[in-house]
Design a protein around this ligand. Structure first.
Ligand SMILES: [Zn+2]
Length: 422
């Protein structure tokens, strides 16, 4: 046990069986505590690396998360810390997470799985032998269970091309540069694409092409498969079937403008009835495809850096009465949800304290969806990307007694803006 960790021991126990509040059975003091332990362990490990190493570590973790997703049925129940962290980051965007895992990548079993907060805590220094053995059998020596700066450059990046399925194989150091857009030089790719080779802007372009032309069950363009309330769209986006995948985009970085021209043309022809779908599709291309060569609809690595701020605030708090803070977290989260229920035109921004319980709830994807749909008639999206000056300004206004209680920040927002987080 690392004695310098604040959340290394067991979760606090209630004085009596019913003393601790809980919400929806899964948001408990115990889970909140193990969630903090998970964050602390991850960021403490990150802090042993240089910033440069951290970026590489995250890029490889993202690839490992995808590999683990597609091999979930092999039975590795507690993934390595890096994979678990990326999984958690994904779950914190509940609409995109559901769309990706259930509707696009067909990883329903992962979506249905309860995030193993307890197990991650208890096996922190001693993972299950069974998990280690399966991991080694499935991924081989080139993909170690424990990822570290010492081994993260070993082996090679390998992933099938979205368009032709031929493996794209690169040294990790090259992949890292492509992933962060530092390098856009072309490399040979025989399977498809131009004779001069491809780069990762092409890979992102081909990801959209593949989703647009998906045969069964039809196009799976991220950001167009759900209604604003988070339920599945019964009538697919009409504009998706009207546009043709672009083979050449110049300049390569401007995928959205290239598609915008085509969408505008179609809109002129089909008229007003297509306007909503046209806007939705263009927004989806901009936020889920442009500069994002990963199979996911959000840039998970960008989302990781936002969570760092959350962690820094948590770890700087006084945790001497930890169970009191966690009890308040659950109670205020409950109030937060209740406020949203009665004032659905408001966009509510949780405080850090509420956010702990909020995150824990979102880590149980099916429960979170069911709960919010049942009680609030929509899957509440989660936004950690509120400008800091806005929160400061709000807090100041609250202190002058102008705005709502301390545990909640609110701002009126138009429906359209509140639809997506990223
Ligand atoms: Zn290809």
């Amino acid at each position: 046990m690392n004695l310098n960790l604040k959340f290394a021991s067991n979760a606090p126990l209630p004085p009596t069986v019913k003393f601790f509040p809980h919400l929806d059975r899964v948001v408990t003091v115990e889970h909140c505590y193990y969630y903090l332990s998970f964050l602390e362990r991850f960021w403490t490990f990150m802090d042993t690396m240089t910033l440069y190493e951290q970026r590489h570590y995250l890029a490889r973790a993202e690839v490992r998360y995808e590999k683990w997703l597609h091999n979930f049925n092999e039975g590795i129940r507690v993934p390595p810390l890096d994979v678990a962290f990326l999984w958690h980051i994904h779950a914190l965007s509940p609409l995109r997470y559901y769309e990706d895992l259930v509707l696009r990548l067909r990883c329903n079993a992962v979506f249905d799985e309860i995030f193993p907060l307890d197990n991650l805590h208890h096996t922190a220094n001693d993972p299950h032998m069974n998990d280690l053995n399966i991991w080694n059998q499935v991924f081989g020596e080139d993909e170690p269970y424990f990822l570290s700066p010492e081994n993260m450059y070993d082996g090679t990046y390998s992933r099938p091309c979205y368009a032709c399925q031929q493996e794209i194989v690169l040294p990790w150091s090259a992949y890292f540069e492509y992933r962060y857009g530092v390098n856009t030089t072309r490399f040979p790719h025989d399977g498809c694409g131009p004779a001069e080779g491809i780069n990762f802007l092409d890979v992102a372009r081909m990801k959209l092409e593949s989703d647009l032309t998906n045969k069964c069950p039809g196009p799976i363009v991220a950001g167009t498969l759900l209604k604003p309330n988070g339920t599945i769209r019964k009538k697919p986006n009409k504009m998706v079937t009207k546009i043709k995948p672009l083979q050449i985009i110049l300049p390569q970085e401007e995928m959205d403008y290239a598609y915008e021209r085509q969408i505008q043309e179609q809109l002129k022809f089909f008229g007003k009835k297509y306007e909503y779908d046209a806007n939705e599709l263009l927004y989806a291309i901009r936020t889920s495809y442009q500069s994002n060569p990963t199979p996911f609809s959000i840039d998970l690595i960008h989302a990781v850096s936002r969570q760092r701020r959350f962690y820094d605030t948590i770890i700087s708090m006084d945790w001497s009465s930890e169970s009191d803070i966690l009890i308040a977290s659950i109670r205020h989260y409950h109030n937060f949800m209740a406020t949203l229920k009665h004032q659905s035109n408001l966009h509510a921004v949780p405080t850090v304290e509420i956010d702990i319980a909020f995150h824990v709830h979102m880590l149980c994807g099916p429960q979170y969806r069911k709960f919010t749909l049942k009680h609030l008639h929509q899957v509440i999206n989660h936004d950690d990307n509120i400008p800091e000056n806005y929160i400061k300004e709000y807090t100041a206004r609250w202190k002058r007694g102008i705005v709502a209680p301390p545990y909640i920040y609110m701002v009126k927002e138009t429906k359209k803006e509140s639809r997506h987080v990223y």
